[in-house]
Write a protein that binds this ligand. Structure first.
Ligand code: FES
Length: 269
């Protein structure tokens, strides 16, 4: 009886009221800072419409790159950036993160909310159901980024030869590795780990199966499903690290493209 009074008391308190003594506010505050910082940086980079390729490297913010005529105000990043943005925005884990940190719905367990009602993911939020379709596009993006990685190993044979556009060096090329190649490789690994642990991907490979041995390719699907579970268990970790690294990858390539880091310094062999 004492417990229910206590809970009622907390619920009816104002926003942020709690009996918790730990630093519960650190997590939502960190999420606001990191997510807001990433969004601001991404939008700025998309509008910048410059310094997105340097040497054999193409920024993931501009990949895949479409060579089409666009109005001056429109950057090619806007043609593709909605895919990773939509995929992460509708991700089950990131939903929880920004529902809590930005909408305070709820901001933390046992802490007073600013809203009294909760209607779930209805009305406008039904668009979150598009996540499975963003997944298909995200898988296609991984293939594109692997292509970018292969291209990041192709350097002009002649040091005097210049790149005329992303991935296109004038004259013959040879195999080479630079710091940027390694940065892109890590980006591909982290992105693959993040997508591999997606709840929709887990359902895609293993959902709606009662007995794997009774369906077509059941054993193979069961094996993949078990592999997906490994990534799914730490999906939030893959989500945060891959988010931070894709930002760093773009930042590094911007440094190369702008000449702050020279290709001579970047190339390892
Ligand atoms: S649930 Fe997070 S990427 Fe699909």
């Amino acid at each position: 009886m004492a417990t229910s009074h206590c809970c009622k008391d907390i619920i009816e308190r104002s926003f942020g009221a709690t009996l918790r003594r730990d630093n519960w506010w650190v997590e939502p505050l960190t999420m606001v800072v990191v997510l807001l910082g990433f969004v601001i940086y991404s939008v700025w980079r998309a509008f910048e419409h410059a310094n997105y390729w340097g040497g054999p490297y193409l920024s993931p913010f501009y990949s895949p790159h479409f060579s089409v005529d666009l109005p001056r105000w429109c950057s090619p990043a806007f043609l593709i950036i909605w895919v990773p943005a939509g995929f992460r925005f509708t991700c089950y884990y990131f939903r929880k993160a920004y529902y809590r940190s930005f909408a305070s719905q709820p901001i933390a367990c046992g802490v007073g909310k600013p809203w009294k009602s909760y209607s779930g993911e209805s009305k406008l939020l039904l668009f979150q159901n598009l996540h499975r379709f963003f997944l298909y596009l995200a898988i296609a993006f991984i293939v594109v980024h692997i292509y970018d990685l292969v291209k990041a190993t192709r350097w002009p044979v002649s040091a005097a030869a210049a790149y005329t556009s992303p991935h296109h060096a004038a004259g013959p090329t040879e195999f080479g590795i630079g710091i940027g190649t390694i940065v892109i490789l890590i980006d591909v690994i982290l992105l693959t780990g993040y997508v591999s642990g997606c709840h929709a991907f887990r359902h895609l490979v293993g959902g709606c199966i009662d007995a794997p041995s009774r369906v077509f390719l059941g054993r193979l699907r069961h094996r993949i499903w078990r592999g997906v579970n490994v990534f799914n268990e730490h999906h939030n970790m893959w989500g945060w690290i891959s988010l931070a690294w894709v930002g760093f990858t773009d930042f590094y390539i911007r440094m190369v493209a702008s000449g702050t880091i020279s290709l001579e310094f970047d190339r390892l062999f």
